[in-house]
Design a protein around this ligand. Structure first.
Ligand code: TPP
Ligand code: MG
Length: 294
């Protein structure tokens, strides 16, 4: 259990709700995008930005900042909305998502928007980038205490370079690297189990290479996510007996619901890459208690 106060949890939940509403507005306004994965990862992003990571919203390039790499770039509406919620970009800019010339492209472009650490979209690449960053921080700048967080999706586990990066991070004991795996159970055209089964052993690529493995079995529950992140930073004597080590990189498996918060999207892979209509968005926002609608 972590030592977070009920107030802190409530504040982060409110941020997550604001982010969720903006994700719906943005994708509906753009008329295209990826709502299912964006909505499954909202709560983890809210935890990272409002309860875990060190950063200065007014100086996104602060040399002491922690780093977030979003590997599954298609869920960037959730990241953009989180950045707006954190005051890194203006909230008014969110509705430019996917417009020609906008800084908020359908897949994130690092050079366009301060606060983005990488360009992403091709699945699987982000973990190699994050591992490279963690390696540089640990071995080339050893006095810093910066941490690299990397969000990956369960569809990305099908990519071979995820395994290569996991091996690399294990070998070099990148204890300054934490991966948050969005186990929402779906990908582009079906369930992850149907498309390329891993027989329930999600994340075995990591544990096979000396990563320490943690779970948030309610991956859309702020208290549960924070518990898992906080737990991943400590090692109990029992864990040490079973091969865990503070020298290992960390995997946190988030058991999430795709489309979380929108009843007709939840657990339906057809919402992987389909925008709700403006009319649908009005109903969703009313249900999410948003007074302004689209
Ligand atoms: C290398 C690569 N192959 C294929 C794609 C096309 N693609 C985009 S998203 C996606 C499904 C990814 O699964 P996941 O991220 O779990 O989907 P979600 O949970 O967001 O629905 C695919 C195959 C891609 N972006 N990159
Ligand atoms: Mg998925």
């Amino acid at each position: 259990m972590s030592n977070r106060t009920p107030e802190q949890i409530k504040t982060i939940e409110q941020h997550a709700l604001n982010i969720r509403r903006n994700v719906i507005k943005m994708i509906a306004t753009a008329g295209s995008g990826h709502p299912a994965g964006s909505l499954s990862i909202v709560d983890a992003l809210a935890c990272l930005y409002f309860g875990v990571m060190r950063y200065d919203p007014h100086n996104p390039n602060d040399p002491n900042r922690d780093i977030l790499v979003l590997s599954n770039g298609h869920v960037c509406p959730a990241l953009y909305a989180t950045m707006a919620e954190a005051g890194i970009i203006p909230e008014s800019e969110l509705m430019t998502l996917r417009r020609f010339g906008s800084r908020l492209q359908g897949h994130p472009e690092r050079t366009k928007l301060p606060g983005l650490e990488t360009t992403s979209g091709p699945l699987g690449e982000g973990l190699s980038q994050a591992a490279g960053m963690a390696y540089a921080l640990k071995y080339l700048m050893p006095t810093n205490d910066r941490h690299v967080y990397c969000i990956i999706s369960d569809g990305e586990l099908n990519e071979g370079n995820i395994d290569e990066a996991a091996k690399f991070a294990g070998k070099y004991q990148l204890s300054n690297l934490t991966v948050l795996l969005d186990r929402n159970g779906i990908q582009l055209s079906g369930t992850t189990e149907n498309i390329l089964p891993n027989f329930g052993r999600c994340g075995i690529q990591f544990t096979a290479h000396n990563w320490d493995n943690f779970f948030a079995f309610s991956g859309n529950n702020v208290a549960c996510i924070l518990d898992a992140i906080d737990e991943s930073k400590r090692r109990t004597p029992e864990q040490l007996k079973h091969g865990f080590s503070l020298d290992h990189p960390r995997l946190i498996q988030l058991h999430t619901t795709p489309g979380k918060g929108v009843d007709f999207m939840e657990n339906d892979y057809n919402w992987h890459g389909k925008a709700p209509s403006l009319d649908d968005a009005k109903h969703i926002l009313a249900k999410l208690g948003d007074k302004k609608h689209v």
